[in-house]
Design a protein around this ligand. Structure first.
Ligand SMILES: *Cc1c(COP(=O)(O)O)cnc(C)c1O
Length: 489
């Protein structure tokens, strides 16, 4: 076996190196100017390796990674769509990447114009009055939006409104953000079809309600058809409606949260608007609000002056700064490039194609997998594990087995509504051939579960790292090769 086929990290050999520095030049221009007491006294403990070893090491490591660029990634609620390369090219133009946030306004007019234009595009898509692009992620957007909600009630002297209603199917960040914003979380139940139970909601609507957080389509992929009635009930009780728009994909250019009665929302640019994600960032979670909440949006803001130039300002009623400067500008550039390359007409095709792909997979697999909610879904749907539970094969086993066949696993054990949740979101960018391959493999795994369950239960069998003991991995993680060497001693 070649060294790079294995997880071997100890490539260092004394004296081997992959660089050469002109000794004299370095001493006169470099070390001499550094104060003596800041110079290190011992040699740095760095690996001693040649350039070729380094290149092979990282190239081979990168080949062990799974990404949208290597295979199908049906991770529900994450919208792992293809990220067009033109976005990367544009966002890495030096004229943008070399900007400094403390530069004089007159020298960054183009960047401010982009911020302003993107903010307006999102307002149009959402049916809301104004957006801030400052939050760094979806959860950060939720926190910002809930701070706006709180500020609104406080500004009216309505101090007892602290209750935020969250459906039992909500993304975990929703109740977490409400807690961090200093609000209290109350759960509202779903009906068997996954929609909010309006009868369960009504008794919760009193004069302590700050608002409700909803996802529509909800996390089981179904559109909340009673949304207008819910909006009316919440507004009449004096509360506000918060829309978790992390996954706006199915509605783009078709339906606007503002028209459904929502007052505040966030959008994940790193999902719907095609910024690569999954490795932990950078992200962007713009927050939009209806006109009566615009003044509470965070500082700083970009405004357009009468002469057509742009300025950065701070609003007096604003809840303050929630980020350093104005958020992750590179992500905004990618979203801007994405929207402009699609254009007004094509952006309307995203939702229907994503919806068609999800329904195609759902209908093709429901003879083998348990579909708890029948009907047309939007961009994603949830199976409750295998239909035949007698084999003992779980959703976790299936997720691991898919890795052996070269597919990323779906989202598993979320939403919490079902015991064996398997949430599948194909997105609009996949071809019919890819969907058919996935369907074929899912059928094959269902067959294996009956005929050869141990292969599925012990999966993955072909990946570089086999099945982990998840408790040990969480409680006692081995995060470096040195720790690994210690552990296997
Ligand atoms: C992804 C997601 C979030 C959180 O977004 P982050 O950028 O990961 O913080 C919130 N709600 C829903 C429905 C999501 O899918």
């Amino acid at each position: 076996m070649k060294t790079y086929d294995k997880l071997i990290f100890e490539l260092s050999r004394p004296g081997r190196k992959g660089y050469s520095l002109p000794e004299d030049n370095y001493n006169t221009n470099g070390f001499d100017s550094i104060p003596k007491d800041l110079l290190r006294k011992d040699e740095a403990s760095l690996p001693e390796v040649g350039e070729l070893e380094v290149v092979r090491h990282y190239t081979n490591l990168s080949n062990k990674n799974f990404g949208v660029d290597t295979g199908f990634y049906p991770l529900g609620s994450c919208t792992m769509k293809y990220n067009p390369k033109i976005n990367e090219e544009l966002s890495s133009l030096p004229s943008f990447t070399t900007l400094h946030p403390l530069q004089d306004e007159s020298t960054v007019q183009g960047a401010l114009e982009l911020y302003w234009n993107l903010q307006n595009m999102l307002s149009n898509l959402a049916g809301l009055a104004e957006f801030t692009l400052n939050p760094y992620a979806g959860a950060h957007g939720e926190l910002t939006g809930l701070m706006v909600m709180r500020q609104y009630h406080i500004s009216r002297g309505d101090h007892k409104r602290k209750k935020v209603i969250v459906p039992d199917t909500a993304h975990g960040t929703n109740p977490a953000s409400a807690m961090v914003a200093g609000l209290e979380v109350v759960e509202v139940k779903s009906k068997p079809n996954g929609s909010i139970d309006v009868e369960d909601l009504k008794p919760l609507l009193d004069d302590t309600v700050a608002g409700i957080m909803m996802t529509n389509p909800n996390t089981v992929g179904m559109f909340e058809t009673e949304i207008l009635e819910i909006a009316d009930l919440v507004h009449r009780a004096g509360g506000l409606l918060y829309y978790d728009g992390a996954n706006l994909n199915p509605l783009l250019g078709k339906v606007r949260p503002g028209d459904m009665g929502f007052d505040i929302m966030h959008i994940n640019l790193h999902k719907t608007f095609s910024t690569p994600h999954g490795g932990g960032g950078p992200g962007s979670g713009p927050v939009g609000v209806a006109s009566h909440l615009v003044n509470f949006l965070p500082n700083p803001k970009v405004v357009k002056n009468e002469d057509g130039t742009f300025s950065i300002t701070n609003g007096e009623e604003s809840l303050g700064n929630i980020s350093t400067f104005m958020g992750n500008f590179g992500v905004m550039m990618k979203a801007y490039a994405y929207i402009l390359t699609l254009g007004k007409e094509n952006i309307k095709k995203v939702g229907p194609l994503a919806t068609l792909n999800a329904n195609y997979i759902k209908e093709s697999l429901k003879d083998d997998y348990l579909l708890p909610i029948e009907g047309v879904c939007k961009h994603e749907f949830v199976f409750d594990g295998l239909k035949d539970k007698s084999t003992g094969v779980t959703t976790l086993n299936i997720a691991k087995r898919l890795l052996d066949y070269g597919f990323h696993a779906p989202t598993i054990y979320f939403p919490l509504l079902f015991h064996e949740s398997m949430m599948i979101e194909p997105t609009e960018t996949e071809s019919k051939e890819t969907l058919d391959d996935f369907i074929e493999v899912m059928h094959k795994v269902a067959k294996e579960a009956k005929e050869n369950p141990d292969d599925v239960k012990n999966a993955p069998l072909t990946t570089i790292v086999r099945k982990l003991d998840e408790t040990t991995a969480a409680k006692n993680p081995i995060l470096s090769y040195k720790a690994l060497k210690e552990a296997v001693k």
